[in-house]
Ligand binder design. Structure first.
Ligand SMILES: [Zn+2]
Length: 129
Protein backbone atom coordinates (compact mmCIF):
# COMPACT_ATOMS: atom_id res chain seq x y z
CA UNK A 1 0.00 0.00 0.00
CA UNK A 2 2.15 2.77 -1.29
CA UNK A 3 -0.51 5.41 -1.55
CA UNK A 4 -1.76 7.53 1.26
CA UNK A 5 -5.18 8.03 -0.16
CA UNK A 6 -6.77 6.25 -3.06
CA UNK A 7 -9.28 7.95 -5.26
CA UNK A 8 -12.94 7.22 -4.78
CA UNK A 9 -12.60 5.63 -1.38
CA UNK A 10 -15.91 4.76 0.18
CA UNK A 11 -16.20 7.59 2.74
CA UNK A 12 -15.34 10.05 0.01
CA UNK A 13 -18.07 8.67 -2.24
CA UNK A 14 -20.59 8.90 0.59
CA UNK A 15 -19.78 12.59 1.12
CA UNK A 16 -19.77 13.38 -2.59
CA UNK A 17 -23.13 11.73 -3.19
CA UNK A 18 -24.71 13.49 -0.21
CA UNK A 19 -23.44 16.89 -1.36
CA UNK A 20 -24.61 16.24 -4.91
CA UNK A 21 -28.06 15.24 -3.73
CA UNK A 22 -28.20 18.47 -1.72
CA UNK A 23 -27.56 20.40 -4.93
CA UNK A 24 -24.00 21.33 -4.03
CA UNK A 25 -21.69 21.26 -7.03
CA UNK A 26 -17.96 20.70 -6.80
CA UNK A 27 -14.86 19.55 -8.60
CA UNK A 28 -12.75 16.56 -7.65
CA UNK A 29 -9.05 16.06 -7.00
CA UNK A 30 -8.02 19.40 -8.39
CA UNK A 31 -4.47 19.33 -9.61
CA UNK A 32 -2.29 22.23 -8.66
CA UNK A 33 -3.80 22.62 -5.21
CA UNK A 34 -1.72 21.42 -2.24
CA UNK A 35 -2.68 17.88 -1.30
CA UNK A 36 -5.06 17.57 -4.27
CA UNK A 37 -8.17 18.07 -2.16
CA UNK A 38 -10.87 15.45 -2.63
CA UNK A 39 -13.65 17.98 -3.13
CA UNK A 40 -13.28 21.58 -4.26
CA UNK A 41 -16.06 24.17 -4.20
CA UNK A 42 -14.19 26.93 -5.95
CA UNK A 43 -16.85 29.63 -5.86
CA UNK A 44 -16.86 29.40 -2.07
CA UNK A 45 -13.08 28.98 -1.78
CA UNK A 46 -13.71 25.79 0.14
CA UNK A 47 -11.82 22.53 -0.09
CA UNK A 48 -12.82 19.32 1.64
CA UNK A 49 -10.57 16.43 2.52
CA UNK A 50 -12.17 13.12 3.42
CA UNK A 51 -9.54 11.47 5.56
CA UNK A 52 -9.22 7.83 6.47
CA UNK A 53 -8.85 7.60 10.25
CA UNK A 54 -5.96 5.15 10.02
CA UNK A 55 -3.92 6.79 7.28
CA UNK A 56 -4.32 10.29 8.64
CA UNK A 57 -4.17 9.42 12.34
CA UNK A 58 -7.51 10.70 13.53
CA UNK A 59 -6.76 11.91 17.05
CA UNK A 60 -8.56 9.94 19.75
CA UNK A 61 -10.36 7.74 17.22
CA UNK A 62 -10.62 3.96 17.45
CA UNK A 63 -9.78 3.73 13.75
CA UNK A 64 -6.35 5.18 14.46
CA UNK A 65 -4.27 2.30 15.76
CA UNK A 66 -0.71 1.48 14.90
CA UNK A 67 -0.38 -2.08 13.60
CA UNK A 68 1.35 -4.42 16.02
CA UNK A 69 4.05 -5.47 13.59
CA UNK A 70 6.54 -3.15 11.90
CA UNK A 71 5.71 -0.53 14.50
CA UNK A 72 8.56 1.81 13.65
CA UNK A 73 7.74 1.66 9.94
CA UNK A 74 4.11 2.53 10.54
CA UNK A 75 4.77 5.19 13.14
CA UNK A 76 7.19 6.90 10.76
CA UNK A 77 4.98 6.61 7.73
CA UNK A 78 1.80 7.76 9.44
CA UNK A 79 3.57 10.62 11.24
CA UNK A 80 4.80 11.81 7.84
CA UNK A 81 1.22 11.79 6.57
CA UNK A 82 0.12 13.99 9.47
CA UNK A 83 2.94 16.45 8.82
CA UNK A 84 2.08 16.54 5.12
CA UNK A 85 -1.62 17.11 5.86
CA UNK A 86 -0.81 20.03 8.17
CA UNK A 87 1.54 21.51 5.61
CA UNK A 88 -1.02 21.22 2.80
CA UNK A 89 -3.72 22.79 4.95
CA UNK A 90 -1.43 25.69 5.86
CA UNK A 91 -0.59 26.27 2.18
CA UNK A 92 -4.25 26.21 1.21
CA UNK A 93 -5.25 28.61 3.97
CA UNK A 94 -2.40 30.94 3.04
CA UNK A 95 -3.78 30.96 -0.51
CA UNK A 96 -7.21 32.01 0.77
CA UNK A 97 -8.93 28.62 0.86
CA UNK A 98 -11.02 27.36 3.72
CA UNK A 99 -10.31 23.78 4.63
CA UNK A 100 -12.83 21.29 5.95
CA UNK A 101 -11.63 17.88 7.07
CA UNK A 102 -14.22 15.12 7.19
CA UNK A 103 -13.15 11.94 8.94
CA UNK A 104 -14.05 8.48 7.74
CA UNK A 105 -15.71 7.72 11.10
CA UNK A 106 -18.00 10.74 10.61
CA UNK A 107 -19.51 9.24 7.48
CA UNK A 108 -20.95 6.04 8.94
CA UNK A 109 -24.42 7.13 9.95
CA UNK A 110 -27.04 8.98 7.96
CA UNK A 111 -27.35 11.59 10.72
CA UNK A 112 -23.62 12.27 10.61
CA UNK A 113 -23.66 12.68 6.83
CA UNK A 114 -26.62 15.05 7.06
CA UNK A 115 -24.63 17.09 9.58
CA UNK A 116 -21.70 17.28 7.16
CA UNK A 117 -23.97 18.49 4.36
CA UNK A 118 -25.44 21.16 6.64
CA UNK A 119 -21.97 22.27 7.67
CA UNK A 120 -20.89 22.58 4.04
CA UNK A 121 -24.08 24.40 3.17
CA UNK A 122 -23.32 26.90 5.93
CA UNK A 123 -19.84 27.40 4.56
CA UNK A 124 -20.79 28.01 0.95
CA UNK A 125 -23.20 30.83 1.53
CA UNK A 126 -21.39 33.63 -0.17
CA UNK A 127 -21.89 37.01 1.47
CA UNK A 128 -23.13 39.75 -0.87
CA UNK A 129 -20.51 42.23 -2.01
ZN1 LIG B 1 -11.99 8.66 13.11
Amino acid sequence: MARVRGRDTKPELIVRKALWRAGIRYRLHVRGLPGRPDIVIAKARLVIFVHGCFWHRHDGCGGNRTPKSNVIFWETKLAANVVRDASNEALLRAAGWRVLVVWECETRSVADVVAIVEKVRGMIIIPPI
